[in-house]
Ligand binder design. Structure first.
Ligand SMILES: Cc1cc2nc3c(=O)[nH]c(=O)nc-3n(C[C@H](O)[C@H](O)[C@H](O)COP(=O)(O)O)c2cc1C
Length: 402
């Protein structure tokens, strides 16, 4: 399924294993992927562009300085217009070029120009694979984010030698490509996130409480969006009337102090998105029994005390997540208040929104936010809260892959 509709840029470099690339093209296409081939000069000594093109049902790109293909800077287009770059076979020579950032033919230039995931299936003589130069190059490429499938141990086709160096079988390469594409859709896989959402209820007595108009819709949508990108999410939710998001571990709390405890219990984490509208104050000493109205008695006054500042606590914690994002609900001076909050609370980013009643944001289904970072402000258009969540989750994923 992962390959269906995916565009594979297949780079074939020179080695005996090129004959297996013909079968690989068929296997990829059987699974619904389209294959756009680039062949090095070396590869064309082993299999013909005619055979590769016929199996791929596409033009075969061979020449960096092609007048026809480069009319629209074709090497950049090839590098960009694909979901995965697959090198099979990856020769010792091409790996050496890649490891050193060389770009002296179409394959190496496209590889240097691409920002897409790269999977390499090396194939070479065991002595070439074991050579310290190739070891260094492979290690460097791994550091650069290139993934490998194979090589395998076995008999070499051309030399009657045995050892590590055979190209992985086409079906194993297909499986590795599938895994890589699935991972690409889950860029936050392996990351832990804590999200808070909703209001808090601060008791006055057993039946009355201080609350606010937060519905939890924005925080819940962010938790769901992060989970969709593969993050392991703990959602700490105040009392809300909406369902727990699917695929998220939800902890229900009432009061700010409970929320803080639940957030701290969920550390360590990579990401904290503090969306909840936490009450700034609570009643200093909530009554154990319902406060009664007695004729002739004076009206009670509520003495308030400060609640814990959860964002600030997380922002300055010894186990501070790598990325701390706070929300600022303001009714005036939105940007300057949010900027002050960014500094004070030790956050990396503040998502500010104007919650004046006229905006209908608090409790509503849409949101219009400004992203305040240390280096500037980004204004987003009016969006559904789910869209804000998706954008923010994508931005978080980008942060971890930059
Ligand atoms: C018969 C023959 C088989 C070869 N097999 C391989 C091989 O399996 N792997 C490899 O890295 N190089 C192999 N080579 C050497 C490469 O073809 C050579 O290094 C070439 O410059 C690679 O160019 P390319 O990386 O641009 O395709 C072979 C050469 C010959 C003549």
């Amino acid at each position: 399924m992962a390959l269906s509709g995916k565009r594979i840029l297949l780079i074939i470099s020179g080695g005996i294993a090129c004959y297996k690339s013909l079968d690989l093209i068929r296997r990829l296409r059987e699974r619904g992927a389209s294959v756009r081939p680039i062949m090095t000069k070396g590869a064309q000594e082993f299999v013909t562009p005619l055979a590769v093109g016929a199996l791929a049902a596409d033009h075969v790109f061979t020449d960096l300085f092609s007048r026809q293909d480069e009319q629209d800077v074709g090497h950049i287009r090839l590098a960009r217009d694909c979901d995965l770059v697959l090198i099979a076979p990856a020769s010792a020579d091409l790996m050496a070029k890649m490891a050193n950032g060389l770009a002296d033919d179409l394959a190496s230039t496209a590889l240097l120009a691409t920002a897409r995931p790269v999977l390499a299936a090396p194939a070479m003589n065991p002595r070439m694979w074991a050579h310290p130069a190739t070891r260094r190059n492979a290690a460097r490429l791994r550091e650069d984010g290139v993934r490998f499938v194979g090589p395998m141990a076995g008999e070499m086709a051309e030399s009657h030698e045995a050892g590590l160096g055979r190209m992985a079988e086409p079906l194993d390469i297909v499986a590795a490509a599938e895994t890589m594409l699935e991972d690409g859709e889950k860029p936050l896989k392996g990351r832990k996130a804590i999200v808070t959402s909703g209001p808090t209820h601060e008791p006055i007595d057993p039946v009355r409480y201080i609350a606010n108009r937060s519905s939890g819709r924005q925080g819940h949508a962010i938790a769901a969006a992060l989970a969709k990108l593969g993050a392991e999410v703990t959602l700490v939710s105040g009392p809300v009337a909406i369902a727990d998001p699917v695929g998220v571990h939800t902890v229900h709390v009432e009061r700010a102090e409970e929320m803080r405890d639940a957030v701290l219990a969920a550390l360590p984490a990579d990401i904290a998105v503090m969306v909840a509208a936490v009450a700034d104050w609570r009643v200093a000493s909530a009554a154990d029994q319902k406060l009664k109205k007695h004729p002739g008695e004076s009206i009670p006054t509520l003495a308030l005390t400060e609640n814990p500042d959860i964002l600030k606590t997380v922002g300055h914690h010894t186990m501070r997540p790598k990325l701390v994002i706070g929300f600022a609900a303001e009714t005036q001076d939105v940007e300057s208040n949010a900027r002050a909050k960014l500094e004070r609370k030790g956050a990396d980013m503040i998502v500010a929104n104007d919650v004046s009643p006229a905006t209908c944001i608090m409790g509503g289904s849409r949101n219009s936010v400004r992203l305040i970072r240390h280096d500037g402000v980004e204004r987003w258009p009016d969006l559904a809260k789910e869209e804000v969540a998706e954008r923010l989750a994508a931005l978080i994923a980008e942060h971890f892959h930059a």
